[in-house]
Design a protein around this ligand. Structure first.
Ligand SMILES: Nc1ncnc2c1ncn2[C@@H]1O[C@H](COP(=O)(O)OP(=O)(O)OP(=O)(O)O)[C@@H](O)[C@H]1O
Ligand SMILES: [Mg+2]
Length: 220
């Protein structure tokens, strides 16, 4: 299996990059993929999160934008299946480095005007670098009887106007995403079934996106 690399990005702070990056790494690990999370945020939140885990989990190393390529080479050398990069807010150069090395750029955005404005900048970098990408809407209020809150509807309209490739799964604002990570666990390992279902559905989507890329790259 060829190493696949996913960069989790958003120039705007606090949108949920670390929450999503650690959850994707845990999702892959729980499904048997040999997974490495590379944390290039100087705050090292992802490393702290995964370091709090008692049971076996994805490996995690810290790095910087400039040494990311070396970390990726090392991951290829030890035959890792998946590399997830957690990136810092605001650091255009480091984020660009992560996008360049990724098979898929996963942008995270909250459904607020300020976040969407921030996403426009992030998305323009992704577009310039010509990378396959997807936008995950995070911390959205739970839909009532399948009807999205006006805030979410407006956000989706704005993203549609930007022609941003929005993922078919929206992550809701749920306290389990916070409590699970306190012990380095995924919401999939907790008792909140709604959170577990949405994270599993998002993983399935991301996996399909990177698997499609693998088929493109490999001769039959
Ligand atoms: N879906 C969610 N539901 C509830 N809380 C969430 C969710 N996603 C993220 N959070 C919370 O929002 C805060 C910011 O999330 P996180 O640290 O993942 O963002 P970030 O983009 O990595 O931030 P930074 O830019 O500082 O690296 C954290 O307190 C986190 O627990
Ligand atoms: Mg973070």
């Amino acid at each position: 299996m060829i190493l696949r690399t996913v960069a989790v990005i958003a120039l705007k702070g606090g949108s949920g990059k670390t929450t999503l990056a650690t959850h994707l790494a845990l999702a892959a690990h729980l499904r048997g993929l040999d997974t490495l999370l590379v944390d290039i945020d100087p705050q090292h939140s992802a490393r702290d999160v995964l370091g709090a885990r008692d049971e076996p989990g994805p490996a995690c190393v810290t790095s910087s934008g400039s040494t990311l390529l070396a970390a990726q080479f090392a991951a290829v050398g030890v035959r890792k299946d998946l590399l997830i990069i957690d990136t810092p807010a605001g650091a255009v150069e480091n984020v660009s480095e992560a996008i360049v090395l990724a098979d898929l750029a996963v942008m995270v955005v909250r459904p607020t005007l300020l976040d969407i404005a921030g996403l426009a900048r992030t998305f323009s970098i992704v577009r310039r670098l010509g990378k396959p990408s997807t936008v995950v809407v995070n911390q959205a209020p739970v839909a009532r009887e399948s009807v999205e809150a006006p805030l979410v509807k407006r956000a989706l309209r704005a993203l549609d106007y930007m022609q941003a490739p929005v993922a078919p799964v929206i992550l809701r604002s749920r306290s389990v995403y916070q409590t699970a990570l306190e012990r380095g666990r995924s919401a999939e390992e907790m008792s909140d079934r709604a959170a577990a279902r949405e994270m599993a559905a998002l993983w399935d989507f991301i996996e399909t996106r990177i698997a499609a890329r693998r088929t493109d790259a490999e001769p039959a």
